[in-house]
Design a protein around this ligand. Structure first.
Ligand SMILES: Cc1ncc(COP(=O)(O)O)c(C=O)c1O
Length: 397
């Protein structure tokens, strides 16, 4: 091979190098922090703190496809606190759910049963069909709140009739839209499912909130499930990561499928360290978030706003139409405040970095808008809220 001169190498290196900090104003991250404190769009926006990163920097430096000690320890810890045999660290909740389902689903035809509002059905890009060849049976809860054993029995498929694809997995979500499924219902569904040879998967992206709110241990909450996906990057405020838990044999197969999906990661110690910090320091903050959500719900009700889905944990869904405004109008007025508020559609999500001042400012904004509309002649219509409809209204962009 021809000799390469130092000048040529330097030229290539010069093209490749990149200073990401160049041109970033010094106080950009401070601005970001203050914006996150006033963002009601999602809890995924929560940002890592300096304390979190300085703790995480001390985590181990292994390669996770071979063996990353801190990540291995995290997986073992999550398995222990959920009472399962093994855990597998994942880059996202979507991947954790989809690999979780794929590992259960071996040979179509089959169906997954879930709530019609479930993340695995609505917001995972049709992954069940794409990755697992599975059809989904989305069920509308007859009580407007959570799936019951009767709902499950009315929609389950088993037996010899060849017209139907059998239910292979029942996937529940807890919390779902911030609401909690009563544990006795979970147990009843699980006992029925298992008696028919149907597996139980939990999308437990926000199961932390259920533990924080009910005082039940994670182990008790997830005991009825064969497998669970838990997220660290939402309410807990870690930058990245989820964990899938199940039996050793199941997780061994899931680890291979994770590699197949391109999810075999390398130096994940920094991420696992961030998660450990979040488990220790952020989980205890959740009751404050729930209390703030209840306070906001009460203030909205006092103004005359119709609540579509209650503040059982960190989310509230409200009907802007009940005070004569649109979500876009609210979002625009929020953005125009001296200290802006960042709002989506019908969903308000509170998180560990939400400030009380942000909640108060939002309440004032809604009160002002309601008053303006009232003066302009708006009268609240007498409409019954139909809990069957999906209360999540996304704002037009
Ligand atoms: C209930 C639920 N499950 C799964 C996910 C997917 O997580 P991710 O965005 O990390 O893929 C989300 C995302 O917000 C979620 O709300």
């Amino acid at each position: 091979m021809a000799q390469v001169s130092e000048a040529t190498r330097a030229k290539v290196a010069d093209e490749i190098k990149f200073d990401i900090l160049e041109g970033v104003p010094e106080d950009e991250n401070d601005l970001k922090r203050s914006q996150i404190a006033r963002t009601f769009i999602s809890d995924t926006v929560t940002i890592p703190t300096k304390e979190m990163y300085s703790y995480a920097l001390q985590a181990s430096l292994g390669d996770d496809v071979y063996h990353e000690p801190s990540t291995f320890a995290l997986e073992a810890h999550i398995a222990k606190i959920t009472g399962k045999e093994a855990g597998l660290f994942m880059p996202s909740g979507t991947m954790s759910n989809q690999i979780g389902l794929r590992t259960h689903l071996m040979q179509p035809p089959y169906t997954i049963m879930c709530d019609h509002r479930a993340h695995i059905y609505k917001y995972e890009v049709g992954g069940a069909g794409f990755h697992s060849g599975a059809a989904v049976t989305p069920v509308i809860p007859s009580n407007d709140h959570h799936l019951t054993l009767d709902d499950v029995k009315a929609n389950v498929v088993y037996g010899p009739d060849v017209h139907f694809a059998p239910t292979e997995v029942i996937a529940l979500e807890n919390t779902l839209n911030g609401t909690i499924i009563p544990q006795d219902e979970v147990i009843a569904i699980s006992e029925f499912a298992h008696s028919k040879g149907i597996k139980m998967h939990l999308d437990g992206a926000r199961i932390w909130h259920v533990a924080a709110e009910t005082g039940k241990s994670l182990k008790e909450l997830v005991e009825p499930f064969d497998t669970v996906s838990l997220c660290f990057s939402k309410g807990l405020g870690a930058p990245i990561g989820s964990c899938l838990v199940g039996t050793k044999e199941y997780i061994t197969r899931a680890r291979r499928i994770r590699k197949l999906f391109g999810g075999g990661m390398r130096q994940t110690g920094l991420l696992s360290g961030s998660v450990a910090y979040a488990l220790t320091h952020h989980f205890p903050l959740l009751p404050r978030v729930h209390a703030l959500a209840r306070k906001l719900e009460k203030s909205l009700e006092d103004i005359g706003v119709t609540i579509l889905s209650p503040a059982e944990t960190c989310m509230i869904f409200y009907d802007a139409g009940s005070i004569g405004v649109t979500y876009d109008e609210i979002a625009e007025r929020g953005l125009a405040l001296p200290e802006p508020l960042f709002l989506g559609g019908s969903r308000l999500v509170l998180h560990i970095q939400t400030t009380e001042a942000a909640v108060d400012d939002f309440t004032k904004l809604i009160a002002t808008l309601a008053e303006e509309k009232r003066k302009a002649g708006f009268v609240k219509p007498e409409v019954k809220v139909n809990g069957h409809q999906d209360v999540y209204v996304r704002r037009a962009h």
